[in-house]
Write a protein that binds this ligand. Structure first.
Ligand SMILES: Nc1ncnc2c1ncn2[C@@H]1O[C@H](COP(=O)(O)OP(=O)(O)OP(=O)(O)O)[C@@H](O)[C@H]1O
Ligand SMILES: O=P(O)(O)OC[C@H]1O[C@H](OP(=O)(O)OP(=O)(O)O)[C@H](O)[C@@H]1O
Length: 331
């Protein structure tokens, strides 16, 4: 029987960037040996040397949903924004989310120049009701933008059910010439300086918007990276996809934990263990290694609870306290 191979799309761009969403590190932390995917030095074909059942390709998140639908890929790491952009006109059906991976967080927003009086998209449409020139919006997400505009009460009041014109290079669709949504291929915020009225773009730190002198008047959606499966991912491929997700999720979850070790005099060891369990400062129970006069205690603790635990264990006389990051945590 031919060995099963699952075809995986790994993202190029912001989702494989050391300062944004480092998918390479996530795979390494999850235990995969990855060759040809170091951020900035990606190859088109990527090797996962310790898992021959995975065949990986470098993929732009923008085109990964199309490749899933066309069964060129079985699974892919994609930002939810691109999955929705591809699926919104077809009932959101064919691409399934295996699970969210809790990184690459962005917000898809509507922005206008800081000095404009608009407080929301509804306000924007209503304040422009008498206008004779078309309203121009640039975006990398024309489908989500059109859907959002058409559901807006201000848009509906002025234009009813008519569809804004959408232009993607030479292709045009829609009947409302007064609102035009034009495809951008990046650097979207600059279109305002060039004469656009508004943009729809994703934002993370907000620095691109600030630099361009823009303000947010509405939010279309929040997005983060996840593992998605296309229609070809069934049977043993789906089982494999779920296993890959568990490994990756273990690595993202681990980022919230510290591995803490400390010494405690043997006569206080039982008290400290009882305290750690009672306070749920450990996963199940602490690991204790007993020495001649001191015991070494080991717990896995949520990072946000570490400072309070530190104070408490010092009260028990803990010494030689060591804190380390955790690479993977599977419950
Ligand atoms: N600053 C950011 N930080 C984290 N994730 C981001 C950031 N910008 C975009 N993303 C996410 O990364 C994915 C791809 O983003 P985007 O479409 O902007 O392309 P890109 O990766 O920046 O590449 P390119 O500039 O070539 O278009 C999207 O899902 C988006 O939500
Ligand atoms: O809120 P921020 O932290 O500034 O991040 C958001 C910006 O990052 C991405 O663009 P990128 O820099 O990848 O360039 P692009 O616009 O050409 O895609 C995105 O499209 C935003 O413009």
């Amino acid at each position: 029987m031919k060995a099963m191979k699952i075809v995986l799309g790994l993202p190029k761009g912001s989702l494989n960037n050391v300062n944004r969403g480092n998918t390479y590190r996530l795979f390494r932390d999850a235990g995969y040996e990855v060759k040809g995917y170091e951020p900035g030095r990606e190859e088109n074909e990527i090797e996962i040397t310790n898992d021959p059942e995975i065949k990986a390709y470098l993929t732009r998140p923008q085109s990964a949903p199309v490749e899933l639908n066309r069964e060129m890929l079985d699974i892919a790491i994609i930002g939810e924004d691109w999955v929705r952009e591809e699926s919104i006109n077809s009932g959101n059906g064919s691409i399934k989310k295996i699970g969210d991976l809790d990184y690459g967080q962005t917000r898809l927003i509507v922005a206008v120049p800081q000095e404009e009086p608009y407080r929301s998209l509804e306000d924007f449409f209503l304040k422009n009701s008498g206008r004779e020139r078309p309203l121009l919006c640039f975006t990398e997400y024309p489908n989500l933008t059109r859907d959002f505009f058409m559901k807006n009460p201000g848009y509906r009041e002025l234009f009813g059910d008519s569809k804004p014109v959408v232009q993607i290079r030479g292709l045009r669709d829609g009947d409302n010439e007064m609102v035009q949504i034009i495809n951008s291929d990046g650097a979207t915020e600059v279109y305002i300086a060039k004469g656009a009225d508004l943009i729809v773009d994703n934002t993370q730190t907000g620095s691109s918007l600030r630099k361009a002198g823009l303000k947010i008047i509405d939010t279309i959606m929040e997005s983060s990276a996840g593992l998605y499966a296309g229609p070809s991912c069934t049977g043993e491929k789906l089982e494999k996809a779920e296993m890959i997700f568990k490994q990756l999720y273990g690595a993202t979850k681990a980022r919230n934990y510290f591995d803490v070790k400390f010494n405690i005099a043997n006569h206080r060891a039982d008290d400290v263990v009882e305290f750690l369990v009672r306070m749920k400062y450990c996963s199940d129970e602490p690991t204790v290694v007993r020495g001649r006069e001191f015991s070494q205690v080991n717990v896995l603790i949520d990072k946000s609870r570490f400072p309070e635990m530190l104070e408490e264990i010092k009260g028990f006389g803990a010494s030689a306290i060591v804190r380390e990051n955790v690479k993977q945590y599977i419950e």
